[in-house]
Design a protein. Structure first.
Length: 356
């Protein structure tokens, strides 16, 4: 069993209007793990990170870092350690590098009262690949280099956990991919425990050993990226990771009957009951129906989106349900075309009991 580097239990926080921004949140991160905290804008990610760092006090709950209780909302016996006593490193969304200090002075900032500052700064700059830039001013650096300065500064005091708030959002798309690769390599090399916040699912799946999907102040699901994708536990998770459609179906002995016909997989739901099956764009294939054939169309193309390598077509099935399908960029089909769509169920179905 690995050591737990960070533990949050029943964490809650609300601001002036009293509505909880973080709502009884439970979370644990093991040593050396990278956790992606993923959720839509406004769901409470930054507030959660600020609670961990000690920039906010919780209304309820407790936080442990490296086995030490750093916050515990417990009436008059409350515990609260300020950020500088918490052994956390923080990389802010805008990096918050001091513009009037050199690169080296920035990295030295958190360790300026410690011995061997110079050699530690040099070690950190070597580590992030900026060994020769110690005397430069931040304004002379590229976005990717500034990001590495922020990382070196946060890691210099050897924090027990590194917290990063949307660390790549200020970089343009091409640089973002390169930098997140570098950051992953650096975190692995130093066996750093890290929590990073993002609203970008691709980034979360790439960087996170575990992904925690957050919605309205709570963690809806946490686990390895593949599990979150293949076995979403809620509709929200299914939709947020990998853009799901939901297709209504009727449970029978032999499978689920949908507007695309029988999906021959028996599921653990009452025969005769209604379910909504999760269906993603790679789960749907289709044939165009030209007039001369005798097959009946079960839907038609209602929109198309060109995304470079692929087209994503939206099909409206005869019962009004809409599903998406991803196709090669050479398969160009006009809107309005009648189609016979098929559900390719080559993996276990994910379904939810229908609300109706
Ligand atoms: P996220 O990082 O997921 O986008 P935040 O944690 O920044 O979400 O914010 C969640 C909600 O809390 C938002 O509605 C935001 O306006 C509110 N909020 C955050 N900080 C404060 C604050 N200091 N005072 C009042 N409301 C706040
Ligand atoms: Mg935020």
């Amino acid at each position: 069993m690995s050591e737990i580097a960070l533990l949050c239990q029943g964490l809650s926080k609300s601001f002036t209007n009293g509505l909880p921004v973080v709502n009884h949140l439970d979370l644990s991160v093991t040593e050396g793990q990278i956790l992606a905290l993923l959720g839509p804008s406004g769901c409470g990610k930054t507030t959660t990170l600020r609670l961990m760092a000690g920039f906010e006090t919780p209304d309820q709950g407790r936080i442990e870092i490296d086995g030490q209780e750093v916050a515990h909302a417990n009436g008059r016996k409350s515990t609260f350690l300020p950020p500088e006593k918490r052994r956390v490193g923080m990389v802010f969304q805008d990096y918050a590098i001091f513009p009037h200090l050199t690169v080296g002075e920035n990295v030295a900032f958190g360790i300026r009262r410690k011995p061997n500052v110079k050699s530690r700064v040099q070690e950190m700059l070597d580590f992030v690949g900026l060994a020769d830039l110690s005397d430069r001013m931040p304004a002379d650096l590229s976005g990717g280099q500034q990001q590495r300065v922020a990382l070196a500064r946060a890691l210099a005091p050897e924090p027990a956990i590194l917290l990063m708030d949307e660390p790549f959002s200020n970089l343009d798309a091409a640089l973002r991919k390169q930098v997140r690769h570098e950051v992953r390599t650096l975190l692995r090399k130093s066996n750093t425990t890290a929590i990073f916040v993002t609203h970008d699912q691709e980034e979360a799946l790439f960087l996170g050993d575990h992904v925690a999907v957050m919605n309205q102040g709570q963690i809806e699901q946490i686990g390895p990226p593949e599990i979150i994708f293949h076995l979403p536990r809620t509709r929200f998770v299914a939709n947020f990771i990998g853009q799901a459609d939901f297709i209504p179906g009727q449970v029978t002995e032999t499978g689920v009957v949908t507007a695309m016909g029988l999906v021959p997989q028996s599921i653990n739901a009452t025969v005769g009951s209604g379910v909504d099956v999760v269906i993603r764009a790679d789960d749907v294939s289709f044939k165009e129906i030209v007039e001369a054939t005798d097959e009946e169309p079960n839907g038609r193309i209602v929109s198309s989106q060109f995304i470079g390598m692929n087209y994503v077509y939206e099909i409206e099935l005869n019962d009004g349900t809409r599903v998406h399908t991803i196709q090669p960029h050479v398969r160009r089909i006009a809107e309005g075309t009648p189609v016979q769509a098929e559900f390719i169920a080559d993996h276990p179905l994910v379904w939810f009991q229908s609300n109706a």
